[in-house]
Design a protein around this ligand. Structure first.
Ligand SMILES: *Cc1c(COP(=O)(O)O)cnc(C)c1O
Length: 442
């Protein structure tokens, strides 16, 4: 995949990027100045864009879906206290997948009744921790968790709200590593095998669980036309089937997350409000057809809330030409702050932020500084041939699954997260220091 920075103004990936006097600006701010002020590698996040993305969902929900329907931010996309506060103030709930994400939400003062707790392997300790934290709803992934949760809730003399994670048997046509809805998924209990029926009946027998409804999540970075509509059809048919079978009618149906974002120009743009309107239409039609009430709907967007609100800045360490073979542009970060190309070959758009007016005429691989040949941010891109050591490079659309997937590999300090807001900037997560790296070593 290649890009031509020359065509940038007409084909900007995202409304929050533009260029001025040969420089890339992000959220109206000069990226070169930000790199100088905060150092690199640097995660930038545009708070106004995050809020804008939240509102795309909340407005469409208000307009098209039954009262009490709720947007949950999937915090695994980027979890830190500042993020929790932003989505809280936008009225979203939170989807969490670990004690660590629960702790983060708690520390941010996030209202626990708006927290939904996912995960296919919650330990007894995780379950106890979440109950004591007052997590609003468990999304129960299987029978073992169900029974452990019943026991722990009973011990506390509580009736815990739960959703049951059902596998609808839908292939979202995305990367295998982020597909979760197909019948052989590690997540949830399958309709196709008949196991979901038994799971629901068992859950309904538990005295300390309140089964509020069903959850399904088909996959991530989904563009395929009607994947949520198909989820609605499959899940509403299942609701009808279970009502006939045992009289149970859910109040809530959680459709999961997954709308894709544009990493490169060739990715389609998704009109989220239009999508939600069409999901709502499908829902109402199928409810009518099956003589079912329309349940409250939940969705759990992660990527589409934060991905295009993020950008990573790096400093070029070397431009290496292997005569007759290829060129590498090496930067001061890599798979330790962004493992997504190494994990699933994710695409990215990259710019030399100080040379936006130079022709992008040099084919190269943008690679990191980790001791792995697989430490590639993006292969086969075009950069200006004027690129040299000390230049600042931007990798766009890194707001989701970058900071949250960062590791300490090679003992590289995790970069800071700097939030941009209305022309100003502030540190939302400090960068690690060398002392932070050895903090837990004995
Ligand atoms: C990952 C995940 C999400 C968020 O997916 P995005 O593609 O980031 O929107 C939501 N719900 C569940 C259960 C998930 O596993």
């Amino acid at each position: 995949m290649t890009q031509t920075p020359a065509a940038f103004p007409e084909t900007a990936l995202c409304a929050n990027m533009d260029r001025q006097e040969g420089r890339l600006r992000f959220a109206g701010q000069d990226t070169l100045a930000l790199a100088r002020q905060y150092g690199t590698p640097l995660y930038l996040m545009d708070e106004d864009r995050i809020r804008h993305n939240c509102r795309l969902y909340t407005k469409a929900f208000e307009e098209h879906l039954p009262a009490g329907s709720q947007v949950l931010y999937a915090s695994k996309a980027a979890s830190f206290k500042g993020m929790c506060r932003i989505v809280e103030s936008e009225g979203l709930g939170l989807d969490v997948v670990s004690s660590g994400e629960i702790h983060t939400a708690q520390a941010a003062g996030f209202p626990m009744d708006r927290v939904y707790y996912h995960g296919n392997s919650k330990s007894d300790a995780d379950i106890a921790f979440a109950l004591d934290a007052g997590v609003g709803c468990f999304v129960v992934d299987g029978v073992e968790e169900l029974l452990s949760l019943e026991a722990e809730a009973g011990r506390r003399n509580r009736r815990q709200k739960v959703l049951l994670r059902i596998t609808p048997g839908i292939d979202p046509h995305t990367y295998a590593a982020v597909s979760t809805g197909q019948v052989d998924s590690k997540f949830g209990v399958s309709i196709e095998t008949g196991q979901a029926d038994a799971f629901v009946k068992l859950a309904l027998e538990q005295p300390h669980l309140h089964v509020a409804g069903y959850h399904c999540h088909v996959g991530s970075q989904v563009f395929w036309e009607d994947v949520f509509e198909r989820s609605v059809l499959v899940m509403m048919a299942f609701i009808r089937h279970m009502q006939d079978d045992c009289g149970y009618l859910p109040e809530e149906l959680d459709l999961g997350g997954g709308y894709g974002v544009r990493y490169v120009e060739s990715d389609p743009a998704i009109d989220i409000p239009a999508k939600i309107a069409s999901v709502a239409e499908t829902l109402k039609a199928i409810a009518l057809r099956l003589s079912l009430p329309v349940p409250r709907i939940l969705m759990e967007p992660g990527r589409s809330i934060v991905a295009d609100a993020g950008m990573t800045l790096y400093t070029v360490g070397s431009v290496k030409e292997i005569t007759g073979y290829k060129r590498y542009v090496s930067i001061d970060g890599g798979m330790s702050d962004n493992p997504r190309y190494a994990l699933y070959g994710s695409k990215y758009t990259c710019f030399n932020v100080g040379r936006m007016d130079d022709p992008a005429d040099m084919r190269c691989d943008l690679v990191g500084k980790c001791c792995e040949s697989g430490d590639i941010i993006q292969p086969d891109i075009l950069m200006p041939s004027t690129t040299k050591r000390g230049d600042t490079v931007a990798v766009c659309t890194t707001g989701a699954y970058n900071f949250s997937m960062a590791s300490g590999y090679n003992r590289l300090p995790r970069p800071p997260v700097v939030m941009l807001k209305e022309g100003t900037s502030y540190v939302a997560v400090k960068g690690e220091t060398l002392d932070d790296i050895i903090r837990l070593d004995i």
